[in-house]
Design a protein around this ligand. Sequence first.
Ligand SMILES: Cc1cc2nc3c(=O)[nH]c(=O)nc-3n(C[C@H](O)[C@H](O)[C@H](O)COP(=O)(O)OP(=O)(O)OC[C@H]3O[C@@H](n4cnc5c(N)ncnc54)[C@H](O)[C@@H]3O)c2cc1C
Length: 247
Amino acid sequence: MAAAIVETTFESRLLDRRTIAERTDAFHFEKPSGFTFKAGQFLEYSLINPTETDAEGTTRCFSIASAPHEESLMLTTRMRDTAFKRQLAKMPVGAKISAKGPYGELVLHEDASKPAVFLAGGIGITPFRSILVDGAKRQLPHRMVLFYSNRRMEDAAFYEELEGLERLNPNFKMVPTMTAMENSRYSWGGERRQIDRAMLSRRIDDDPLPVYYVAGPPRFVTGVHEMLRETGIEERNIRAEAFDGYT
Ligand SMILES: Cc1cc2nc3c(=O)[nH]c(=O)nc-3n(C[C@H](O)[C@H](O)[C@H](O)COP(=O)(O)OP(=O)(O)OC[C@H]3O[C@@H](n4cnc5c(N)ncnc54)[C@H](O)[C@@H]3O)c2cc1C
């Protein structure tokens, strides 16, 4: 039997930081021994003795972008000019952050006969990167389709890695869409529209009925959730997580 997932508070050292897309950094924190989580869950991070703060305080939630079998806990975020993110940007390797969790229900359903459809708006890719890397590692039989919406190629975190996962996992397909490629230095021959009903029906087979997972900034999540409801998808087949805090 799998061990129960226990919520805990711990301090964790920064091991590494990398820029993985434009103004988007991945922070790798040490994973305490014995800490377990399900792919798709999140942690609540608190800065320790920050030198500045703002009205939003010193705590933020971030999905664990790494998969459970990976060595570190990866936090991936858009780097903007807020007190919390300035502090994060300044953190030297070896410095500590406090974390609490894991929390969240945005985890893959067990019934593998039902396909999973992931709808990611920009940085909303983080929980899905965890689920997809986990799915490839464990060779899960679920059919999985990721609709990944960004303005430009430059903004699309984990893009090459996700393309690689398509080769590793024959059950996985990615449908990227770039909605503002006129501002990009790359050329693009793929989808350009926002994710809509027509795009979904062209790209997915709804027999058996899939479970839909939605993550990203609140406006994206509300819009896509509404579109799914209007398409007649039952609420019990939709799991959504809004990244509150993004405007
Ligand atoms: C369950 C859960 C999971 C989450 N997971 C993640 C995650 O994995 N990654 C993640 O990044 N966030 C995640 N979030 C959101 C996260 O908690 C923060 O709220 C979010 O990153 C916003 O950070 P911030 O408050 O510092 O403000 P930001 O939104 O980063 O910045 C706010 C200010 O920046 C300016 N700004 C707004 N848009 C832009 C822009 N396009 N360019 C430049 N400046 C701009 C504005 O002045 C705005 O007021 C999650 C939230 C929840 C609830």
